[in-house]
Design a protein around this ligand. Structure first.
Ligand code: ITT
Length: 202
């Protein structure tokens, strides 16, 4: 696939759109990034796959089909070794369908109650999918390794950030600035790999 000069990011999350725009701008590429709010609305597809890449593809395929544009979507979550890789694709709804971050964090801490530090390994995983209007597909991945803290710390970020301590760090990702987190995060890595591809071969 030849890198396109315009992509639509299939998310309603304004922070993700701003992040992709920031990375594209800093790479000084002549690529236009549209959000779903720039295009006519359509019903969001259900995320029914068991993998991050599978769910990212569902979102990107539907956006490409509905808009006729090159479409990018991401899916991400937390994999905890002691929980056999869960919450995984269920990260946002771990404690229930409403997707409450605080309840998710409380449940995760309860599930790891009494588990010693050397068995609290975890990672954030992000899959980024690109689907062309002709149906051709590509994917990139980013991973951030770390461990689950004993108690929440920090006010920044979202989701499980107050409980996640990256390798070689003593702080949680909720105690980092957004820029610090971007440089090491799963999403930052996947987005930069995609933007490197966008900038190549033009
Ligand atoms: P979409 O509309 O794009 O699907 P979302 O808010 O559901 O946005 P994700 O699918 O990327 O976002 O994230 C799934 C869940 O995984 C999210 O609700 C968090 O619980 C967790 N998660 C993912 N990335 C995270 C991060 O950087 N920091 C903390 N938690 C994260």
């Amino acid at each position: 696939m030849k890198p396109p000069s315009r992509v639509v990011l299939a998310t309603n999350n304004p922070k993700k759109l701003a992040e992709l725009r920031r990375v594209v701008e800093s790479a000084e590429l002549d690529v236009e990034v549209l959000g779903l709010s720039d295009l006519p609305r359509y019903p969001e597809p259900e995320e029914t796959e068991r993998t991050f890449q599978g769910n990212a593809m569902i979102k990107a395929r539907e956006a490409a089909r509905q808009t006729g544009e090159f479409a990018v979507a991401d899916d991400s979550g937390l994999e905890v070794d002691e929980l056999n890789g869960m919450p995984g694709v269920r990260s946002s709804r771990w404690a229930g369908p409403m997707g409450d971050d605080e309840e998710n964090n409380e449940l995760l801490l309860a599930q790891l109650h009494g588990v010693p530090a050397d068995r609290r390994k975890a990672r954030f995983h992000c899959a980024l999918a690109l689907v062309a209007p002709d149906g051709e597909e590509l994917a990139w991945h980013g991973i951030m390794e770390g461990r689950i803290a004993d108690a929440p710390r920090g006010e920044n970020g979202f989701g499980y950030d107050p409980l996640f301590i990256p390798d070689r760090e003593s702080r949680t990702t909720a105690q980092m600035t957004p820029e610090e987190k971007d440089t090491i995060s799963h999403r930052g890595k996947a987005v930069r790999a995609f933007v490197a591809w966008l900038g190549g071969n033009r």
